[in-house]
Write a protein that binds this ligand. Structure first.
Ligand code: PGA
Length: 252
């Protein structure tokens, strides 16, 4: 398995700066880091331009959300085939900001993941507990319920990816201990194996939440961590490239 380092630009980036950032990532990768899958997820408005800017490089492009339907009367929404048409090959789904800001339920995230698979996009489904849930000792139960409800049947066979992102670690500069990350990733792996059998062993499980150059190496070395979903630090090419450089050569 290859590690995956994915940049989630969130609602950041206008034309020229987004293109500059994407180009800087491609140039920084150069011929190196061929053992790492690198993905940039810009806002919808930049997908086509970023896809053009990285064409011919090893960098892939993804969306940050999609609608469960392919087309229709859904003002302001973007479908999975539209993402694909714009040059995306991946899509982040069920990010905690969407679960919180837009009331996305596990059932909705699952429907979106089904739409992504049908369109030929690889979904990255996000799960993670709030601080109150962790403090109450419910972190694993919450994440297991999110996995059970959000992942569609064909998820493992299509090499879908899970991102464990504790809500309290996102954008806060706080991260769980490596032991806590390892425990949660092992719990996620056990759920995936129980549900999908051998296919569940091949699902990469990313860690996300305040990953930066300074903490990437020990986090990426934790067993069952298959890469990182990077928010704030992905907006700076050097920082993002340093995270890519911290990825192990091969996953266990
Ligand atoms: P952060 O965001 O790296 O800025 O904490 C991670 C994410 O939300 O994917």
């Amino acid at each position: 398995m290859r590690p995956l380092i994915a940049g989630n630009w969130k609602m950041n980036g206008l034309g020229s700066e987004g293109i500059r950032l994407a180009r800087a990532v491609c140039e920084g990768l150069g011929q190196g880091y061929t053992h790492v899958d690198v993905l940039l997820c810009p806002p919808f408005t930049l997908i086509e331009r970023v896809a053009r800017a990285v064409a011919g490089s090893a960098v892939a492009v993804g969306g940050q959300d999609c609608h469960p339907k392919t087309s229709g009367a859904h003002t302001g929404d973007v479908s999975a085939p539209m993402l694909k048409d714009a040059g995306a090959t991946w899509v982040i789904l069920g990010h905690s900001e969407r679960r919180a800001d837009h009331g996305e339920t596990n059932a909705l995230v699952r429907a979106k993941a089904e739409a992504a698979l049908a369109a030929g996009l690889t979904p990255i489904v996000c799960v993670g507990e709030t601080l109150a849930e962790r403090d109450a000792g419910r972190a694993e139960a919450v994440v297991e319920a999110q996995l059970a409800g959000s992942l569609p049947e064909g998820f493992a066979a299509a090499q879908g990816v899970v991102a464990y992102e504790p809500v309290w670690a996102i954008g806060t500069g706080r991260t769980p201990s490596e032991a806590d990350i390892g425990a949660m990733h092992a719990a996620i792996r056990a759920r995936l194996a129980a549900r999908f059998g051998a296919g569940g062993q091949g699902v990469r499980i990313l860690y996300g939440g305040s990953v930066k150059a300074a903490n990437a190496k020990p986090i990426l070395a934790v067993p069952e961590v298959g890469g990182a979903l990077v928010g704030g630090a992905s907006l700076h090419a050097e920082e993002f490239l340093a995270i890519v450089a911290a990825a192990p050569v091969a996953l266990a």
